[in-house]
Write a protein that binds this ligand. Structure first.
Ligand code: GLN
Length: 477
């Protein structure tokens, strides 16, 4: 069995033909993932017992002649900011190093109900803050395509396991690009659904108004199937949408002739090098499929990074206040007074990037600055969302690069947080607008470094997005 090349269909067919049982597959996939992991450090820990129990449940359903579910027996991984009952969830932070959640995230429960087998939890930037996975308290992840390079972040581990073949698909989280950017760097598909499409219940909060759970997979159809499983209203998350969930997989295969595709001029203006060449080539492929390509404008793009880093740090400073050493986070053994316990526990527990954001966020929310920063950023956010609404009056989808450059070397941008923040210049606008967007591989730059193309579309049109991505993927071959 070639674990590294499995797709969801191959798992389904193999189980049906009795080539293997779900338990055999789970054991083999775990052994393979454990053996390969030292190369990338993409998994933080494995959940053998839980994986085997889930696999046995699939085998029992199969033996009884029942449908094992859309993910029946599929080996999957989950970013370690998504809680798993009885399985450590660290957020790649010292503060939560030993935290074992008492409940499952809705998306995790839905995966297992659909027959999915969760092998383990993946590495990421601490509390999902970063663009390179170098902010993990448990060491960086290396990019499977080039081991001296970053996998992107913050969901670097989830992207890496999918690319490495140590899971068939994975769940990540995206606040400003953390699914799409690592997907692009590692050469896999990564999807950020409409805000509210997938329940955030059990996703450890970073910036609640921007946080999304999204799937990684090695092809568009698998990503569509995984999204279909986790999407939909959840009573446990009041911001989850009531909108019915269409059959996303069925959308893969539809025709895209006549579809109007917009290229925002602000995104292509400064773009050069091989990324620009690959994007232009991808656009020609779309034209070859019969798409009508035209230029559009998203005039407020230049304010996106500034607005994002005000909003996300403000929300983070408030969300991270709960790690006080009293409840579920690590308590400093050196503390002798109450305030000392707060100070030392947080001081020892949080890494530099989290501290930077807590300070920035506290500042922009403080009395006297609230209107100047936070409120202003929210207004800019509304303008960015309106840019997209206007563009979608003319086009069905927008195509852009995911990142200005392919995966960079480990350590290369560590000393310059501002330069690091620019990694997300093309992904942050979609996050601020809450629209569905995804990265689909469009080739490799020099040295075999993967490059992704971003597709964005209007709220709740994941179907249309998958249709276009799938047609492109097939045409590219
Ligand atoms: N790189 C961005 C940040 O550091 C996005 C992170 C994310 O999407 N979780 O905020």
């Amino acid at each position: 069995m070639k674990i590294a090349a499995l797709t969801m269909d191959k798992v389904r067919d193999g189980l049906r033909a009795r080539e293997f049982t779900a338990e055999e597959l789970a054991r083999e996939a775990l052994a393979f993932a454990q053996a390969e992991n030292p190369k990338t450090n993409a998994y933080l820990h494995f959940s053998e017992e839980r994986a085997l129990a889930a696999a046995r449940a699939v085998d029992r359903r199969l033996a009884a002649g029942e449908d094992p579910g859309p993910l029946g027996g599929v080996p999957l991984a989950v970013k370690d900011v998504i809680v798993t009952k009885g399985v450590r969830t660290t957020c790649a932070s010292r503060l939560l190093e030993h935290f074992v959640p008492p409940y499952d995230a809705t998306s995790v429960a839905r995966i297992e109900r659909a027959g999915g087998v969760i092998l383990g939890k993946t590495n990421c930037d601490e509390f999902a803050m970063g663009s390179s996975n170098e902010n993990s308290a448990f060491g960086p992840v290396r990019n499977p395509a080039a081991l001296d390079r970053v996998p992107g972040g913050s969901s670097g581990g989830a992207a890496a396991v999918t690319a490495q073949g140590t899971a068939v698909a994975a769940l990540g989280s995206d606040t400003g690009g953390s699914v799409r950017q690592p997907a692009s760097f590692c050469g896999v598909v990564g999807v950020t659904p409409t805000y509210g499409r997938v329940s955030r219940y059990g996703l450890v909060a970073f910036a609640s108004s921007l946080d999304h759970i999204g799937p990684f997979a090695r092809n568009v159809k698998d990503a569509a199937r995984l999204l279909g499983v986790i999407a939909g209203r959840d009573e446990m998350d009041s911001t989850s949408a009531f909108a019915p969930v269409p059959d996303y997989e069925a959308a893969c295969g539809g025709a895209v002739k006549g579809l109007r595709v917009g290229l925002p001029k602000e995104y292509f203006a400064g773009l050069g090098g091989e990324t620009a060449d690959l994007l232009r080539q991808a656009v020609r492929t779309l034209e070859g499929l019969g798409c009508a390509v035209e230029e559009v404008s998203l005039p407020h793009t230049e304010y996106a990074i500034a607005a994002y880093y005000i909003i996300c740090t403000a929300e983070a400073s408030s969300n991270l206040a709960r790690y006080d050493g009293v409840r579920y986070s690590r308590r400093s053994p050196r503390a002798e007074t109450l305030s000392g316990m707060y100070r030392l526990s947080r001081g020892e527990g949080f890494g530099a990037e989290c501290k930077r954001r807590i300070m920035l966020g506290t500042y922009v929310l403080s009395a006297g600055y609230y209107d100047a920063y936070y409120l202003k950023a929210q207004k800019v956010r509304a303008l960015i969302a309106r840019d997209f609404e206007r563009a979608f009056e003319r086009v069905d989808a927008i195509v852009t690069p995911v990142s200005p450059f392919p995966a960079f070397k480990l350590g290369e941008k560590l000393d310059d947080p501002l330069e690091m923040y620019l990694s997300d210049i093309y992904t942050i606008t979609g996050s601020l607008a809450g629209i569905p967007c995804m990265s689909v591989p469009c080739g490799t730059a020099g040295g075999g470094l993967p490059v992704g193309m971003q597709i964005l579309t209007r709220h709740f049109n994941e179907e249309g997005m998958f249709r276009l991505a799938h047609a492109y993927e097939q045409a590219r071959g």
